[in-house]
Design a protein around this ligand. Structure first.
Ligand code: TYM
Length: 335
């Protein structure tokens, strides 16, 4: 990421909580790999966000390294892109504090993810869960980000990020780049295999999602059990046939076949064929990722060195924005 060949900045992050699942891959990581040459990219392991729900400390450490390995195994390049851990760049938390003072309680109260998560974790509705979107805004604005590829569930958080940036800029001049979300419709929301009206999520029960580290047999078994419907017609109709449509989306994206062509080819076939083909496409996509992942996980020294070096690169960019912010809002500067 040299000064002379500056491209627009792309930022995205994934929480190292639970197992990384197919929705994370199709909705986020795969798009990162497709965009990564056209932008100066930062891909963060957002461990501070993960703390908004209780984490087992040893598990969090392990999942952090696993996510670093998965990013690289999926085709992101730690030489060209910046793959780093959020807590290794203290400027995220520092900017989050400032932005807290420019974000309204009313805005945060409207966030559907806060409402969902506080309903699910009634015993732990902590302030971090409430201000979660502010830390996310800090992640993004810290790097003068132009583009943020995410799944549909993050759309509202991107909107609040934009609102905060616009509000801040209106008060202090053009401090932040106002980021655009990148949420392609086809990959925006991969659904649960067992409850296809809900999105696939790493916090649900195991049969509902495909983990990127699932074995080929497990993948096949989970797809065989995937909930469909009883009218036995292969047709893309997310509203009335969410289960079948979800399998078609996964197969179309990973198999590289257009939806209309795919539906024509499979029309008249049984759901067994659709499930088998989808499982095969998923296994074909995961095989090379898993192979690289195993090698990377066997070399923790390499992964740690990558995280260290990349955090330093991220800090240089982050400091530039943070200094500008401190100066603009009137924090006394030491020489
Ligand atoms: P997280 O860790 O829940 O999910 C990571 C990414 O995967 C996408 N995703 C999905 N996409 C399609 N279908 C699904 N079923 C599915 N499940 C998850 C998410 O939309 C996300 O893009 N708050 C974020 C992490 C974050 C972040 C950021 C993202 C923190 N700071 C700054 C972008 C920019 C989160 O919890 O994602």
């Amino acid at each position: 990421m040299s000064e002379t060949t500056r491209k627009p900045v792309l930022f995205s992050g994934i929480q190292p909580s639970g197992q990384i699942q197919l929705g994370n891959y199709i909705g986020a990581i795969r798009n990162f790999t497709l965009l990564r040459h056209d932008y100066d990219c930062l891909f963060s392991i957002v461990d501070l966000h993960a703390l908004t729900t209780r984490q087992d400390p040893a598990g969090l450490r392990r999942k952090t390294l696993e996510l670093a390995a998965l990013y690289i195994a999926s085709g992101l390049d730690p030489e060209e892109n910046i793959i780093y851990c959020q807590s290794h760049v203290p400027q995220h938390a520092e900017l989050a504090w400032i932005l807290n003072c420019f974000t309204y309680m009313g805005e945060l109260s409207r966030m559907t993810q806060f409402k969902d998560k506080s309903a699910r974790h009634k015993d732990n509705i902590n302030a971090g869960l409430f201000t979660y979107p502010v830390l996310m805004a800090a992640d993004i604005l810290l790097y003068q980000t132009s583009l943020v590829p995410v799944g549909a569930d993050q759309k509202q958080h991107l909107e609040i990020t934009r609102d905060v940036a616009i509000r801040f800029n209106a008060l202090y001049g053009d401090v932040f780049t106002v980021p655009e979300p990148y949420i392609p419709k086809a990959t925006a929301k991969i659904m649960s295999l067992t409850e296809p009206a809900r999105k696939m999520s790493k916090s649900d029960q195991e049969d509902s999602y495909i983990a990127l580290t699932d074995t080929p047999d497990t993948v096949r078994r989970k797809f065989r059990r995937a909930v469909t419907d009883s009218d036995a017609e292969i047709r893309f109709d997310p509203e009335n046939k969410p289960g079948v449509s979800n399998l078609l989306v996964i197969l179309s994206v990973l198999g590289g076949e257009r939806m209309d062509a795919l539906c024509t080819r499979l029309s008249g076939q049984g759901y067994g064929v659709l499930k088998e083909e989808t499982a095969q496409a998923v296994n074909a996509a995961l095989a090379p990722i898993q192979e690289r992942y195993q090698k990377l996980m066997a070399d923790k020294g390499y992964l740690t060195a990558v995280l260290k070096n990349n955090a330093e690169r991220a800090q240089m960019m982050a400091l530039r924005t943070l200094r500008k912010v401190y100066k603009k809002i009137g924090l006394y500067q030491l020489p």
